[in-house]
Design a protein around this ligand. Sequence first.
Ligand code: DOR
Ligand code: ZN
Length: 431
Amino acid sequence: MNRILIRGGRLIDPASGCDETRDLLIQDGRIAEFGEDLETRGAEVIDATHCWVSPGLVDLHCHLREPGQEHKEDIASGGRSAAAGGFTAIACMANTDPVNDEPATTDFIIDRARHDSPVRIYPVAAATRGLKGEVMTEMSALVEAGAVAFSDDGRTIMDSGLMRRVLEYSRLVDVPVVVHCEDRTLVNDGVVNEGPVSTKLGLPGNPAVAESVHVSRDVMLAEITGARLHVAHVSTAGAVETIRQARDRGLNVTGEVTPHHLTLTDEEALGFDTNTKVAPPLRSAEDVRACREALCDGTLDAIATDHAPHAVHEKDQEYTIAPHGMIGFETAVPVVLDLVRTGEITPIELVRRMSTHPARILGQQGGSLAVGEPADVVIIDPERNWTYDPAKGYSKSRNSPWAGRQLVGRTVATIVGGRLVYHVDRGVLVP
Ligand code: DOR
Ligand code: ZN
């Protein structure tokens, strides 16, 4: 019998409300027992003294680049990087090459994930063919193949009539539509947040209203269609306000925020470091404050990394030319722990937003340590000091604004379906 005993950790389980020091026994892939001083009975013992023991983190939003751009990342390297970050399940966006707009591509991703990835991978299929925003994909066939949501992430569906139909059809297959809200005509050629920083740098600005105008449109369309709308990477106070009002009216609208939009402002771009270039852009301090408040008060349900790998030679160009995005799996935990250290959020509420809520939004298992559940578990040392070096991480890419920074808090171990897949002292262990 395969057993793991996690000894002496602070068990934080948002699903049951438990936040106490307990041992946890995993047996045959499932959560078997909690208690004090559980007997070892031949189990592999992991010491979790001073650590959090929580349901595995679930990332609603990442980019794995396979098929087609394996020089940036592939399902194996992305899966390993996710495991090292404490994620036990991740949802990957459709902007691969070819785009995940056909069941054969969804099948391919699921098959690759099964063989290559230590963590569970859920494909998000494109809402429109080729992400062109012109013709809808065949949603029922894609859901049958295993797609868990629809999104043209990376691009905004500008055609409001088409967006309405996407939302209508998504109801028939009962999956959420994840929207990337940036009005292209307002973004224009903007590469940093429009404001004093864009002026100082002499770079074209991307205004906050480009996001809020589209969040407003999509909320209105969600209201008339009754669809499940999920707003990706919310970055502005305006979008937060619109989502708050939508939820007060009882609409089926959820939202996520990234670690970078929770902690970094547009001033990070002042050194022209292209690792700060991301879509939507890093915003003003006021926007960051609004996003933090919204996450803590429940207006925004989840933290999602938007892990977006790009090769060194691609990022090593002028700010206006370099691609958008930053890697994020391995830094997410220490970066968002900042909200616990400042007292803005409790550990259990943070875990809820990184595990229980994203699992629920995706309609997948996870986010709970109830006895009998599949044993997807993360062990986090909230105090561990380390210096982040992307070259020592598992992603193929290195585009992180946190490269070289001293971080506090680290994933110690990740267990997926009862298998230890990562331990900080031993690295990624499978497959
Ligand atoms: O910064 C981003 N990078 N934002 C997106 O929406 C897409 C992503 C990517 O695919 O690189
Ligand atoms: Zn994305």
